[in-house]
Design a binder for this molecule. Structure first.
Ligand code: 13P
Ligand code: SF4
Length: 449
């Protein structure tokens, strides 16, 4: 049986706001035919605020607790604030949900959104007298199937995965519904390790191109699929291989260390690879005084700060997602959550890192949160990281920085695309053998550490 927090149990045993509002201003209904959960939310709107909210829910303990907490969270809020309640907010307020029950938090947030949309649809285009009429007329109910599709698509993917003898590897920044179908969810290093260990015939890689290439470098005999071939990494593209060859010539005595966020061709020109979790360790252990570090100038600066005896020559690349997080974005989040600790990725700027209590990779953030005595954390990285943190460290709360940074490339992968990949065995990521053979050593060196 799923392990529930005390808060879930309390809401399950004593659910708030149960019932129906006759002549509601908005009704939102969702259902998941696979697990049988059904939720109907009724709202009353006064001005721009939710003045009353009730629901009828049929389903498991998580579904009932979710409905109860959503009704509490939304009651009295403005429509604008209520519509922004996310599955992560709901799960966090419940002290976390087991991953297999996280879809319930999505159902609750979606049922509320639909009730609000139903109210707004009824109001749009009406003159004042008609909108007054609406207040006493039950809006038309429409059962929508998008969530049902999500559940069915997930089932179809898992079925197709078994037929193809496939494994699904998912990066921490992927959409929640993609993480939910993953065999393994993790950071770049963890995913490369899993790719090196797998015995599956097909690897469905839900991440960006360089990650799938790394899996292909390690697995020449397996089929590696990237469900959206345009999912690239702009930072990796900032180090074209011809420029790398040219700069290497300018520093003939330097050892080349490439962040794993590079193309296979650049890895083939490198002596070592590293990820955000082991960059300092890799550079420390190398028997070299001069290191050409590419492509991330921020990670290079972080490494240089830890290894003052080594000469680190930085490439002038950066991740636009992490570069876009300013110190003020962190301070603003801290002002809203004054007791929170700050965890930053080393790809952030020096100013942001100077505000951090911890600096680590994305998966390192989960272990850091679990080990810390703090209950609240500001996460200086891609905002999607809140979801794996909520699943991995239940009972703790995670907040994005004020700018809510998103990596558009990571979000290109969707459930329909993931289903199509094992069905068609496309789009494949293939690394030419001459490049693969040269790129293998630096990647293996990274994994050995
Ligand atoms: P990690 O996966 O190493 O945590 O880095 C985050 C990142 O930016 C990947 O693109
Ligand atoms: Fe590249 Fe940054 Fe997106 Fe990671 S988050 S894939 S480094 S652009």
């Amino acid at each position: 049986m799923a392990e529930y927090s005390d808060i879930v149990m309390e809401h399950f045993l004593n659910p708030r706001n149960v019932g129906e509002i006759k002549d509601a201003d908005g009704i939102g209904e969702v259902g998941n035919p696979l697990c049988g959960d059904m939720m109907t939310f009724y709202i009353r709107v006064d001005g721009s605020r939710l003045s009353d909210i009730k629901y009828k829910t049929f389903g498991c303990g998580a579904a009932i607790a979710v409905s109860s907490i959503v009704s509490e969270m939304a009651l009295g809020k403005t429509l604008e604030a209520a519509v922004r309640i996310t599955r992560e907010d709901v799960a966090q307020r419940l002290g976390g949900l087991p991953r297999e029950k996280m879809h319930c938090s999505n159902l609750g947030a979606e049922a509320l959104r639909r009730a609000i949309r139903n109210y707004l649809d009824g109001r749009d285009g009406m003159d004042d007298s008609l909108s007054r009429q609406t207040a006493t007329t039950t809006p038309e109910r429409s059962f929508e199937y998008s969530l049902t599709d999500e559940a069915i698509l997930s089932e179809l993917i898992l079925k197709k995965k078994r037929e193809r003898d496939a494994v699904i590897l998912v990066h921490n920044y992927q959409r929640p519904e993609i993480q939910d179908i993953g065999d393994f969810v993790g950071d770049s290093l963890g995913l490369a390790l899993k790719a090196s260990e797998t015995e599956a015939t097909v690897i469905v890689f839900c991440g960006v191109h360089f990650m799938a290439e790394t899996a292909a470098i390690l697995n020449p005999d397996r089929i590696v699929l990237l469900p959206e071939i345009r999912a690239g990494c702009p930072m990796a593209d900032m180090a074209p291989v011809d420029d790398v060859i040219r700069v290497k010539k300018q520093h003939p005595n330097a050892t080349v260390v490439s962040y794993v966020n590079t193309t296979a061709a650049v890895k083939a020109e490198s002596d070592y690879c590293c990820t955000s979790s082991n960059a300092v360790g890799v550079c420390r252990d190398i028997d070299a005084d001069e290191i050409l570090f590419l492509p991330d100038r921020n990670l290079a600066a972080y490494v240089a700060g830890h290894l003052p005896d080594k000469k680190i020559i930085p490439w002038d690349g950066f991740c636009h997602v992490h570069q876009g997080i300013s110190a003020d974005d962190v301070r603003e989040a801290l002002a809203n959550h004054p007791g929170a600790e700050v965890i930053s990725l080393p790809e952030c700027t020096r100013e942001v890192i100077s505000l951090a209590d911890h600096v680590t990779s994305t998966s390192g953030m989960i272990s850091t949160a679990l080990e810390s005595n703090a209950g609240e954390f500001i996460i200086a990285t891609e905002a999607g990281m809140v979801y794996p943190l909520t699943c991995g460290a239940p009972g703790k709360s995670f907040y994005s920085t004020a700018n809510e940074p998103l990596c558009p490339n990571m979000k290109l992968i969707t459930l329909p695309k993931v289903l199509r990949a094992p069905e068609t065995l496309e789009p494949r990521v293939v690394v030419p053998e001459d490049i693969r053979a040269r790129a293998l050593l630096p990647v293996e060196r990274m994994l050995r550490l």
